[in-house]
Structures are given as structure tokens and as C-alpha cells.
Design a protein around this ligand. Structure first.
Ligand SMILES: Nc1ncnc2c1ncn2[C@@H]1O[C@H](COP(=O)(O)OP(=O)(O)OP(=O)(O)O)[C@@H](O)[C@H]1O
Ligand SMILES: [Mg+2]
Length: 346
């Protein structure tokens, strides 16, 4: 069996919130991601998806800090590197060449006062070792990339960001992220804030890009329909932990954590009858006041004294190859019945 392209062990991330205070936003995450796979990180707002995504590229903001764990990438040359041991210069080379990110709210990520071609020029020149990127070379590479996301290079390269629609900006950002042919692409809510038709075309484009360039993808979304469509593998996060992980098929056809089942049940089916939506009662806990035991227990219909007392670790349910193993952090996983298989439309 080949090694994973990304191996994450026991990764925890905290934000400093005061001089001596911090909150742990991501706790003890283990992940193996294999070449060419696409992993969806799903969960409610605030559960730590963006923090984990940023952590995977060591792009956390100043107050964020990786407090434990290891993060090993298999690089393009076949060697393995622990990202947590990399120094500034190595990291600079790593980002965009080996792994790149399309940030949440990315449509505002462009600098409003410089034209699109200059964004490409900055990225290519900042991250490409040795190669001299003349304006003509930048325009040729950027043009090629923009065409792959079905944008007209002549128009887009000479535009300022505000001259493009939201969907065009998102596409241009995806093109920019893959400018240096990264092996891993992390996309944070790539279609949020776009209308449905534009969302569809971005999804279509991501499919095509993956087929063409074969990159490994981590995408963050609270849209389960999108996860069902784009992911080979799904990890559900709750209060900073991965509480269920498995192949998209295992997760959508037989979720084993009550929270994942609740998320899927809350999705309106596209086909078939339209039963009343079931929401999950209550709210996610504050990171500063986490309940004892399983963090989901106050909202869970299955919770018992044990759940209120002990933290529940991810338990292996089904062994499958290439990291597709189905695991859930729930003592009562055998009681979780999935109400509506068709809900996720897979
Ligand atoms: N810069 C920061 N300083 C302090 N706390 C932060 C910071 N960024 C995020 N957090 C906290 O970390 C937790 C996880 O936030 P994160 O943005 O990773 O969640 P998310 O799952 O991406 O949410 P959303 O779906 O809303 O984007 C939240 O409780 C958030 O308040
Ligand atoms: Mg987020």
C-alpha cells in the first residue's frame, strides 16, 4: 500500500485569547489522505473547519498556534517532510508549490487596487524558485489557467477584482491557487455566497480540474450536498474534534454518529417526498465551557451517564483501504438509525 500524501497525527490548535488564556479550537485530529482523494470537512459554524484547514498549511493567523501533533507531507520529489519542523524559507517554498489554499470568503481575498494579472505575477514570482517570470510568461501561464476554469484571459487579466462577478472571482482564485501545480489543494467554503447556478458550475469545474491535474483535495463546507458530490471521503467535526470519518458512501448511507445523522437529516432531499426537516436541538458548546464527556452529549438523544462523564474516542467500525476506514466517536453508534437515505441525494 502506498503512503498517504498527507498524514496528520494528534493535531491540536489553540488561539490565544488573553495574556494567559487560550482556547483549543482543534483537538487531537488524526487524518490520512491519499493521493488523488478528495476529503470534505463538514460541521456547523465554529466547529474548527477553517482552523484545521489553515493548520494543514501552517497558515494560522498570529494568535493561532499548533500546540501538538505532527503533519507529514509526501513532497513532489517523493521525500517526506514534517511541516511542523519546517523553517520560514522552507515553508515559503512549500506553500503554493506543494499545497495551496483557497481561503474562506476568498472573493474578498484579491487586493482591490491591483489587476488580476498582477496577482498571478506576485504569486508566481514569490513562490517559484529560480524561474524568471517575465510579464509575458506570467500572462501565458495565467491565461492557460484561466482558460481551464473557463474564463476569458484577455478580459480577466486586465480587470480589477471589482470588475468581476463573484463566481468569476472564485474561479480566478482557484486558477491562482493551482498556478504552481500543487499536489494538495485546500478549499474553504468554495461555493458559499454564490448563487445556485454558479455553485454548480464551480463544482463542475473542480471535477474537471481534478481529473486533469489529479490533485488531492481537502474542502471545507457546511453544505452536505456539495460534500456528497465532490468528496470521496468525509470527516465530520464537532467542537474541534473529528467525530466521524469514512468514505462518502459510508457516511451518507449509514452515518454512525448521531451528530452526522442529524446533519444529514436536516438536509432537504432534492428528490422524493419532502418530509419535515429535523433540526439538531440546541447549539454547539462554547470552546471556553466544554461539557464533560462527549461534547455532543447535551444535544444527543442517546446520551447516557457514560457519555456525560468520559470523552469518547474515535472507534474503528469498518476497516477499508486507503484511509477510507469508517470510524465514529460514539458509544451508541449501533443505535443510530438514519432516517432518510435519500436526504443527501447520493
Ligand atoms: N483568530 C481567532 N482568535 C480566536 N478564536 C478564533 C480565531 N479564529 C477562530 N477562532 C475560534 O475557533 C473556533 C473555530 O473557528 P473556525 O473559524 O475554525 O470554525 P469554522 O468551522 O470554520 O466555522 P465557519 O463554518 O463559521 O467558517 C471558533 O470557536 C472561533 O471562535
Ligand atoms: Mg470557516
Amino acid at each position: 500500500m502506498t503512503d498517504p500524501i498527507l498524514r496528520v497525527r494528534d493535531l491540536s490548535i489553540a488561539y490565544r485569547t488573553g495574556r494567559k488564556e487560550s482556547v483549543t479550537a482543534v483537538s487531537g485530529v488524526d487524518l490520512d489522505l491519499y493521493e488523488g482523494q478528495s476529503l470534505a470537512l463538514v460541521g456547523e459554524s465554529g466547529c474548527g473547519k477553517t482552523t484545521l484547514g489553515l493548520g494543514l498549511l501552517r497558515l494560522l493567523p498570529g494568535l493561532g498556534e499548533i500546540t501538538s501533533g505532527s503533519l507529514a507531507y509526501r513532497l513532489k520529489d517523493g521525500s517526506t517532510a514534517d511541516l511542523l519542523q519546517m523553517r520560514k524559507e522552507q515553508l515559503r517554498r512549500f506553500r503554493w508549490n506543494e499545497a495551496a489554499m483557497v481561503f474562506q470568503g476568498a472573493m474578498n481575498a484579491f487586493n482591490p487596487v491591483i489587476k488580476i494579472w498582477e496577482h498571478f505575477a506576485d504569486t508566481l514570482r514569490d513562490h517559484a524558485d529560480g524561474k524568471k517570470w517575465t510579464k509575458a510568461a506570467v500572462e501565458a501561464r495565467a491565461g492557460e489557467l484561466l482558460e481551464t476554469v473557463r474564463l476569458d484571459p484577455d478580459r480577466v487579466l486586465q480587470s480589477y477584482p471589482h470588475e468581476l462577478s463573484g463566481g468569476m472571482k472564485q474561479r480566478a482564485l482557484i486558477a491562482l491557487a493551482i498556478a504552481l501545480d500543487p499536489q494538495v489543494l485546500v478549499l474553504d467554503e468554495p461555493t458559499t455566497a454564490l448563487d445556485l447556478l454558479t455553485q454548480r458550475s464551480i463544482v463542475q469545474q473542480l471535477h474537471e480540474l481534478r481529473k486533469r491535474f489529479g490533485f488531492t483535495m481537502v474542502f471545507i463546507t457546511h453544505d452536505l450536498g456539495l460534500a456528497a458530490e465532490l468528496a470521496d471521503r468525509v470527516a465530520t467535526m464537532y467542537a474541534g474534534r473529528i467525530i466521524e470519518t469514512g468514505s462518502a458512501r459510508d457516511i451518507f448511507h449509514g452515518p454512525k454518529h448521531p451528530y452526522t445523522a442529524g446533519l444529514i437529516n436536516a438536509v432537504m432531499p432534492v428528490k422524493g417526498d419532502r418530509p419535515a426537516l429535523e433540526s439538531i436541538p440546541g447549539y454547539p458548546p462554547s470552546l471556553k465551557a466544554m461539557p464533560d464527556g462527549c461534547a455532543f452529549n447535551p444535544r444527543c438523544a442517546f446520551a447516557t451517564d457514560e457519555c456525560r462523564r468520559d470523552r469518547i474516542e474515535l472507534d474503528l467500525l469498518t476497516e477499508r483501504p486507503l484511509g477510507m476506514t469508517h470510524a465514529a466517536a460514539c458509544l451508541h453508534h449501533d443505535q443510530v438509525r438514519f432516517a432518510r437515505k435519500e436526504a443527501a441525494n447520493v
